[in-house]
Ligand binder design. Structure first.
Ligand code: ATP
Ligand code: ZN
Length: 283
């Protein structure tokens, strides 16, 4: 069967996590920083290492079948690609930032102002959605210095912690769009068996990351109360302990309400709670 090609970022914020995700899917490959392409030894896949900005275009044109890239870059590119999976890393927000002492107070105040950005398409869409007309000044990097240089009244750029804004005398003003890394595919790839296998693996890795394996001890008299708190993958496993009237319960707990669940389990009589990471969950 013909190999699929996946494009990932060569170096930068998405590189390491993209490589890690593929490795967690059981793919064995050398991660040579110097090469543009590498072949996976145990799967019908080749990996292309590219600048992130080029990835949507390569996928849209079918040069790569798949890609891992930030939603911000996909949207800005306006290329036609299919979203296959949200990957939960590379989270950031494209925001409007304004000088600390700016007279801009409401969104309407942006009307007629100049905004510097390297995301002109996304910004244009945001302005249109809000019935605003501002002048978009496109610059390719170091956008946050534009207001200080008198180049613009505001900026639109990616913010994760806000540190860069602050150190340039700016403050966040409005969220334009959230972003995370996405697994994208070219049109018409849906039925490909290599993709189906890869997607199953990616999903099992993502699912595992969202859950923890929990083992706890409980007196038999409290067991029904404990099991009612635990959906598990199917139902919890209950194993007798050497000490009479006690059992060990094995289950998985979602990461998002983890502490809430643990506290409820403790209150219901759970003891000796051990929590372990899960590598994969295959349903
Ligand atoms: P390249 O050399 O591949 O063009 P780049 O400099 O354009 O890289 P990076 O800074 O490595 O891009 O960011 C890649 C992606 O990581 C961004 O497009 C965005 O989706 C995501 N990201 C997550 N957090 C941040 C952040 N704090 N700043 C910038 N990008 C972030
Ligand atoms: Zn880039």
């Amino acid at each position: 069967m013909k190999n699929l090609k996946i494009a990932i970022q060569k170096s930068g914020r998405l590189n390491e996590k993209s490589v890690q995700l593929l490795k967690n899917c059981g793919l064995d490959f050398e991660n040579y920083k110097s090469s543009l392409i590498t072949t996976v030894n145990n799967f019908n896949l080749e990996i292309l290492f590219l600048r992130d900005d080029d990835i949507p275009g390569y996928v849209a044109q079918g040069i790569a079948d798949l890609g891992i890239v930030g939603e911000n870059v996909i949207d800005e590119s306006q290329e036609n690609v299919t979203y296959l999976e949200r990957l939960g890393f590379g989270r950031c927000t494209l925001k409007i930032g304004i000088p600390k002492d700016s007279s801009i107070i409401s969104l309407q105040d942006l009307d007629g102002k100049a905004i510097a950005t390297s995301y002109p398409n996304i910004l244009q869409e945001f302005l249109a959605e809000n019935n605003l007309s501002a002048e978009i000044r496109q610059i390719s990097g170091s956008v946050e210095i534009a207001p200080g240089l008198g180049l613009s009244d505001a900026i639109c750029d990616i913010v994760s912690t806000g540190g860069t804004l602050k150190s340039n005398g700016l403050k966040p003003f409005a969220d334009v769009r959230r972003s995370e890394a996405i697994l994208i595919g070219r049109e018409g790839l849906a039925e490909n068996p290599i993709l189906c296998e890869l997607l199953q693996r990616v999903r099992s890795v993502l699912r595992a990351k969202e859950t923890k394996y929990v083992v706890l001890n409980v007196e038999k008299s409290n067991l029904s109360q404990i099991t009612s708190l635990l959906p598990g993958v199917k139902s919890p496993t209950v194993v007798p302990l050497a000490e009479e009237n006690w059992v060990a319960v094995h289950t998985v707990i979602p990461e998002d309400d983890f502490w809430d669940k643990i506290n409820k389990l403790k209150a219901a009589g759970a003891q000796g709670i051990v929590v372990m990471p899960i590598e994969k969950i295959i349903l």
